[in-house]
Write a protein that binds this ligand. Structure first.
Ligand code: ZN
Length: 423
């Protein structure tokens, strides 16, 4: 562990630390930002006696932060800002998170913890493939690896052929990426007759978009690596909010740094453990943009608050299922694209790329799924998939389009899994 004093902290001590840091965070807001303090319904650190008191505080939304562009919620003076990061949302006003020196240090530290949880050491070589820029991924992976003392190949996005060449030439042990990017590397490798077997690659740390267990298995098999699912977002201070450990039994949240609640997204009530809902995050150690009960939109549930076999005491959540706004409603049925992905990726002859296209014809929802395949598809496969989708999700797909590999456009950054033409 990178910081066993925190990662192994006993629950009672952890709770005490959380209360202390929560109060400090609320005091920071009260001192630095009267607009933000006002938004908390006149509640202050004096209203916190137990952690459960947090539930009295109002929830914050993405829209609050958008309206607050650029610095309306920030709790440090301009001269203390070292850098900004920005949400990757393609529409509307972006959300800005200004980082102070302490914020960058906090980020580096939790990222170093993440690397260690994934079995990366200071002797390893880490290749960073997310972009270095307003998107937080590149820098987060960079600072953590630097903190750990690993050698860094700060590649950034694109140039996939050179990426795989570098994996080999620099004896890279750990690859970091947006979770659909390894699929792109696998595709390029295939074309170039490049064999992952020749590499010293051992670990993949992937995140920033939901990826099914089935896709994960494909990546692990092909690249011959162990993968780790990392979470975090610009608003919470970037990638590194949590990661799964070698037990792969849920994602550890760094609870001395972040308080996590799961709420019913409709009623906003806090749910009991194991119930699925929306993750709400309160930051405990951030200065530039401290968050009090921020609705992340991510759908998950708490797996356990018990000691993990890895020795860490922090609570574990399930891998993210999707975002509240990713949920698709088709023919009166709600589902997440991830559920469809799981069905498709169980079939060996189906490639790694697919796209769901939604249209409206004469007032009726039409759902078409474009699926890349490695070989000619039998009619039984097509009907198997249709049946399975109906059985698992409860609607009939209007059309399954089987396409040769490489047909669906590859885009830089996050993969486009859904095209909704209904509006
Ligand atoms: Zn663990």
């Amino acid at each position: 562990m990178f910081q066993p004093e925190f990662e192994q902290m006993k629950r009672a001590d952890l709770r005490a630390l959380q209360i202390e840091r929560l109060k400090t965070t609320l005091d920071r807001i009260a001192t630095h930002n009267s607009f933000y303090a006002e938004k908390l319904n006149k509640l202050t650190s004096r209203d916190i006696r137990t952690l459960e008191d947090l539930e009295k505080f109002p929830l914050m939304t993405k829209d609050d932060l958008r309206i607050g562009y650029p610095f309306k919620y920030s709790c440090a003076t301009h001269s203390d800002f070292m850098r900004i990061h920005m949400t990757s949302g393609t529409t509307g006003t972006p959300i800005i998170n200004p980082f102070t020196r302490n914020d960058i240090e906090q980020w580096a530290t939790i990222m170093a913890r993440c690397y260690v949880a994934a079995g990366v050491t200071s002797k390893d070589v880490v290749q960073i493939t997310p972009s270095f820029g307003l998107f937080n991924g590149g820098f987060g992976f960079h600072y953590g690896a630097e903190k750990l003392g690993a050698m860094i190949v700060p590649f950034g996005t694109g140039r996939s052929m050179l990426q795989i060449k570098f994996l080999k030439d620099f004896k890279v042990n750990c690859l970091t990426a947006i979770s659909s990017y390894p699929l792109r590397l696998m595709e390029v490798a295939e074309k170039e007759k490049f064999d992952f077997h020749d590499l010293e690659l051992r670990v993949g740390i992937f995140g920033a978009e939901v990826w099914s267990d089935e896709i994960r298995k494909r990546i692990e098999d092909k690249m011959e690596i162990e993968t780790f699912d990392i979470i975090g977002m610009t608003e919470t201070g970037g990638v590194g909010l949590g990661i799964d450990c070698k037990e792969h039994n849920g994602i550890h949240i760094w609870e001395d740094e972040y308080l996590v609640e799961i709420i019913n997204p409709h009623t906003a009530k806090v749910l009991e453990d194991s119930k699925e809902g929306e993750m709400v995050v309160t930051t405990l150690n951030r200065e530039g943009l401290p968050l009090i009960r921020y609705r992340t939109g991510d759908i998950t549930s708490i797996v356990s608050r018990e000691l993990c076999a890895c020795g860490r005491t922090s609570l574990r959540i399930n891998r993210l299922k999707g975002r509240t706004d990713d949920m698709l409603k088709i023919k009166g049925v709600n589902f997440y694209p991830l559920q469809l992905e799981s069905i498709l990726m169980k079939k060996a002859s189906i490639g790694n790329h697919y796209q769901i296209v939604l249209e409206k014809k004469q007032g009726r929802d039409i759902i078409r799924v474009m699926i890349e395949t490695q070989e000619e598809v039998s009619s039984s496969l097509s009907s198997d998939i249709s049946t399975e989708i109906y059985d698992m999700l409860g609607f009939h797909v209007d059309k399954l389009d089987f396409l040769p590999e490489g047909t669906i456009p590859r885009v830089p950054g996050k993969a486009v899994r859904v095209v909704d033409k209904r509006n």
